[in-house]
Write a protein that binds this ligand. Structure first.
Ligand SMILES: C[S@@+](CC[C@H](N)C(=O)[O-])C[C@H]1O[C@@H](n2cnc3c(N)ncnc32)[C@H](O)[C@@H]1O
Length: 464
């Protein structure tokens, strides 16, 4: 079965060999390779192209950057404001950006996917959530079958929020939990009693949210293999989520200086950190969950698991998803969109973002138009990271090239991974092995033509 993993032959030496900085491939080229050449006029051209496919639905990601407190481990793009107020101007700005996008997209408006991420979307009050939702759907109506999801932090989400959101049509929730262990929570200064998370999940299910995801992070201070196994079994027993994202803690203090508050000596590294993940994977799979990609787990009846089995799993800026490839629009500060063969990243600074839209400009800051070679390599990487295999006949028919020749260097590079039992490469393609499941990003990296090319090199988090 594709979701099988195999822990035999996993050794500290093997881990050391492959634990290195590497992309998570939510895009290709990856974000460090976006440039300012991709400006507003390029973006407008791409939107105009997208507008022509007026019968295809769109996906919309909205970034709400505000949080009341800065979680010490956080690697996301956030604006910390304990005092409410800045969100009002932001909502005004989002409406202006929506107008600019709607104008550029002509009749192409229907959404099959709407996702609010953050930050903390429920930093907005229920009334503000309602305002934003209507601002969006008046311009971009939702299809009846649309996936409508948001990320919530139970600590700042009221039952009133849940009721309002469900009433608006949200059908999926993703909750940040990270770890249920009180010692770990104290070490990262995010105290979130299990009871609080449980009451939110129970209420969400009661009022009809159909899918609940929980985010966990491994590699945080004070975690051990045993403590995290306990966390996973508690999550499964007490919260029974449909899906779990089990992220490797990305410690990137050169980008997120507030992470320096965490004591690195208390964090498992290398083999110890890897064992925490392997232990978690054993707990999930032992409880009947399927292993999706390199960091997700899902109930076998969940659409993510079904999409994996049917070879339909997809990966975008929203992570692993079942939605077919479609144009994805990013709305709000730091949002990234993917449309008409390009990636468009919005302004990262809140004041500059607001100024740009208030002046009538699409607030794009960077991006890239994919070349045919990017399309090819990006599709190959996506295939591997989603379906755990690559069929050379598929590459030949989709791109008209002979992958054995075109990817000669990558295939040669994979020989070493093959000798280590991580991948099987044959005449017809390649297949990730059960052991290789733990090194999926490494198996994609030989196909990445950008790695190591730029001076100094962009710094990614580690692959394990
Ligand atoms: C925007 S946050 C979730 C929403 C909400 N603000 C909350 O904290 O519950 C998205 C998720 O990213 C993950 N995350 C944040 N920082 C991370 C890091 N440095 N390494 C790995 N995962 C991280 C966490 O699991 C978090 O739940």
């Amino acid at each position: 079965m594709t979701s099988d993993f195999d822990t035999t032959g996993l050794t500290p030496e093997l881990l050391t060999k492959y634990d290195r900085p590497g992309p998570r491939y939510t895009s290709y080229p990856t974000a460090p390779h976006f440039t300012e050449d991709f400006n507003e006029s390029v973006y407008r051209g791409r939107l105009a192209k997208a507008a022509k496919r007026s019968d295809e639905a769109l996906s919309l990601y909205v970034h709400i950057p505000f949080c009341i407190e800065h979680c010490t481990y956080c690697g996301c793009n956030v604006v910390i404001s304990p005092k409410k107020g800045p969100e009002e101007n932001y909502l005004d700005a989002l409406e202006k950006e929506l107008d600019l996008l709607a104008e550029s997209l002509g009749n192409r408006r229907h959404l099959n996917q709407l996702h609010w991420g953050g930050g903390t979307p429920t930093y907005l009050s229920p009334d503000q959530c309602e305002r934003l939702f209507h601002s969006i759907t008046q311009r971009f109506p939702l299809l009846d079958t649309a996936e409508v999801a948001l990320e919530i932090d139970p600590c700042v989400t009221s039952m009133e929020h849940l009721k309002t959101l469900r009433g608006l049509g949200f059908n999926r929730l993703s909750m940040g939990v990270q770890d249920t262990n009180p010692e770990v929570q104290a070490a990262v200064q995010r105290i979130q009693p299990l009871e609080l998370t449980r009451s939110h999940i129970e209420e969400a299910r009661r009022i009809g949210f159909s899918s609940i995801n929980i985010d966990l992070i491994y590699g945080l201070p004070k975690q051990t293999e045993e403590s995290f196994r306990h966390t996973v079994s508690t999550v499964l027993k007490d919260l029974a989520p449909d899906r779990v994202a089990c992220f490797s803690y990305a410690h990137v203090p050169w980008i997120k200086p507030h992470q320096k508050k965490l004591d690195q000596d208390q964090m498992a590294q290398g083999w110890e950190k890897f064992r925490i993940f392997v232990g978690a994977a054993e707990e999930f799979v032992g409880s009947g969950y399927r292993f999706i990609g390199f960091d997700h787990f899902a109930r076998p009846e969940d659409e993510l698991a079904i999409a994996l089995d049917e070879g339909r799993l997809h990966r975008s800026f929203m992570g692993y998803t079942t939605m077919p490839a479609s144009d994805q629009i990013g709305l709000g500060v730091t949002s990234i969109g993917e449309l008409s063969g390009s990636y468009a990243a919005n302004e990262r600074n809140l004041a500059r973002y607001q100024r740009a839209v208030n002046d009538g400009h699409l607030p794009v800051e960077r991006g890239v138009v994919r070349t045919p070679e990017d399309e090819l390599r990006g599709s190959v990487i996506r295939k591997i990271i989603c379906t755990l295999k690559l069929d050379f006949a598929w590459v030949e028919s989709a791109f008209g090239i002979d992958p054995r020749v075109h990817f000669h260097d990558a295939i040669t590079e994979l020989e070493e991974l093959s000798n280590d039992g991580l991948v099987e490469v044959g005449d017809n393609g390649l297949r990730v092995t059960g052991r290789g499941r733990f090194f999926l990003r490494n198996i994609c990296m030989p196909f990445d033509a950008y790695l190591g090319k730029s001076e100094g090199g962009p710094k990614y988090s580690r692959t394990v």
